[in-house]
Design a protein around this ligand. Structure first.
Ligand code: TRP
Length: 332
C-alpha cells in the first residue's frame, strides 16, 4: 500500500460526456492524479436508476473509459474501472443502507428533484442512490472526493454514515472531504445560461459534447445566447450568457477574466463567440481523436478496465472484509 492520500470519483455513463465533464471534473482529476492514489470509476450501477438502453449503455461505458484516457488519465497511474466490475460496491451498499436513516435519504434534494421529474419511475434505487455512492467512496478509504456542487449533499451524507459506523465499531472508515474546484465547475447551457449545461439537452445546441466535431462546436457557440449590450464583460447578474462564455474561454485557454475583457474590448459578441468556439474546438480536438482511436481497439480498453477492476477489488475487498468482521459475520 502506498502512503499517498486516496481520491475517488466517478461519472455516470448515463449520457455523452460534456464540456463540463472535462472542465469541471476530468481535467482536475488529471491534475490531482500525480499526487494521490486515484480511483476513477464509471458508475454504471448508478446509471440504471433511470432506464437505459442496454446497447447504448454498453457503448457509452466503453467510450467513457476511452475518453478518460484521451483526457490524459494514465491507466498505469490510476485505477480506471467500471463500478459493476467491483462487486464490493454493491455489497458494501447493502451494509451501509442498514446504517442510513430513511429520513436522511428523504431529505436529499437530488432525490426530490429527480422523482418529481420522473414520476413514472420512482424506484427504490433512485432513493438509495446516495448509499451506493457512499459505498463507492468508503470502500477505498478515500480522503478526497472531487465532486460538483450538486453532489455536496451526498458527500455530507457519506461523511455522516462513516462517522456513525465508526462511532459504533471503531475507526473503520476514513471520513472523506469534498474537493470542489474553484473554477469551471459550473458550465451553463448555451441556450439558457440560468440552467446548467446538461446531458438531457439532446442535440438542441445547448450542450457541447467531448465527441462533437469542430464544425458542430463552432455552430453551437455561434448560436449561443448573449445578452443586451455589446461589451464582453464579466457580470453574472446583467450578462449571464457572456459571463458563461467567458468562463468557458478561460477554462479552455487559461486566461483570466480581466485579460479576456481586455482582449475582446470593442470587438462585439459575434467575434467573441467565434473565438470561444475555436478555443473549445482546439481543446477538444485531440481528445475526440484519441478517444475515437481507442474505441477501435476494444482489446486494449478491456485490458485497462480488467486491470482497473483487479486493483479496485483488492482495495475494496480489504475494506469489506474488515467491515464484515466488525459486524460479526462469520469468515468464509
Ligand atoms: N452521483 C455522482 C454524480 O451523479 C456520480 C458518483 C457516483 C460519484 N459515485 C460517486 C461521484 C462517488 C463521486 C464519488 O455526479
Amino acid at each position: 500500500m502506498s502512503d499517498k492520500k486516496v481520491i475517488f470519483s466517478g461519472i455516470q455513463p448515463s449520457g455523452e460526456l460534456m464540456l463540463g465533464s472535462y472542465f469541471g471534473a476530468i481535467k482536475n482529476w488529471v491534475e490531482l492524479s500525480g499526487m494521490y492514489d486515484c480511483y476513477f470509476c464509471i458508475v454504471d450501477m448508478h446509471a440504471i436508476t433511470v432506464r437505459q438502453d442496454p446497447a447504448e449503455l454498453r457503448r457509452r461505458t466503453l467510450e467513457q473509459l476511452a475518453q478518460y484516457i484521451a483526457c490524459g488519465l494514465d491507466p498505469e497511474a490510476c485505477a480506471l474501472f467500471v463500478q459493476s466490475h467491483a462487486p464490493q460496491h454493491a455489497e458494501l451498499a447493502w451494509v451501509l443502507g442498514c446504517y442510513t436513516m430513511f429520513g436522511e435519504l428523504q431529505r436529499m434534494t437530488q432525490f426530490k428533484e429527480k422523482s418529481s421529474k420522473n414520476t413514472e419511475n420512482i424506484n427504490s434505487g433512485l432513493f438509495t442512490y446516495p448509499v451506493l455512492m457512499a459505498a463507492d467512496i468508503l470502500a477505498y478509504q478515500a480522503d478526497l472526493v472531487p465532486v460538483g456542487d450538486d453532489q455536496k449533499q451526498h458527500l455530507e451524507l457519506t461523511r455522516d454514515i462513516a462517522q456513525r459506523f465508526n462511532g459504533i465499531y471503531g475507526d473503520v472508515f476514513t471520513v472523506p472531504e469534498p474537493y470542489i474546484p474553484k473554477t469551471g465547475a459550473r458550465i451553463m447551457s448555451l441556450c439558457d445560461p440560468s440552467s446548467k449545461m446538461s446531458k438531457s439537452d439532446g442535440t438542441s445546441g445547448a450542450s457541447v459534447y467531448l465527441m462533437d466535431t469542430p464544425e458542430a462546436i463552432m455552430r453551437a457557440f455561434k448560436r449561443a445566447v448573449t445578452d443586451s449590450g455589446s461589451e464582453v464583460r464579466y457580470d453574472l447578474a446583467e450578462k449571464p450568457g457572456v459571463s458563461n462564455l467567458m468562463q468557458i474561454y478561460s477554462a479552455a485557454t487559461g486566461m483570466d477574466l480581466s485579460a479576456i475583457e481586455a482582449r475582446f474590448s470593442g470587438r462585439g459578441y459575434g467575434y467573441f463567440k467565434s473565438a470561444v468556439g475555436e478555443a473549445v474546438a482546439e481543446t477538444l480536438r485531440p481528445i475526440r481523436e484519441r478517444a475515437a482511436d481507442l474505441m477501435k481497439n476494444k482489446d486494449y480498453l478491456a485490458g485497462i478496465y480488467k486491470k482497473g477492476a483487479r486493483r479496485a477489488s483488492e482495495t475494496s475487498g480489504r475494506t469489506l472484509r474488515g467491515v464484515y468482521e466488525k459486524l460479526g459475520f462469520v469468515e468464509k
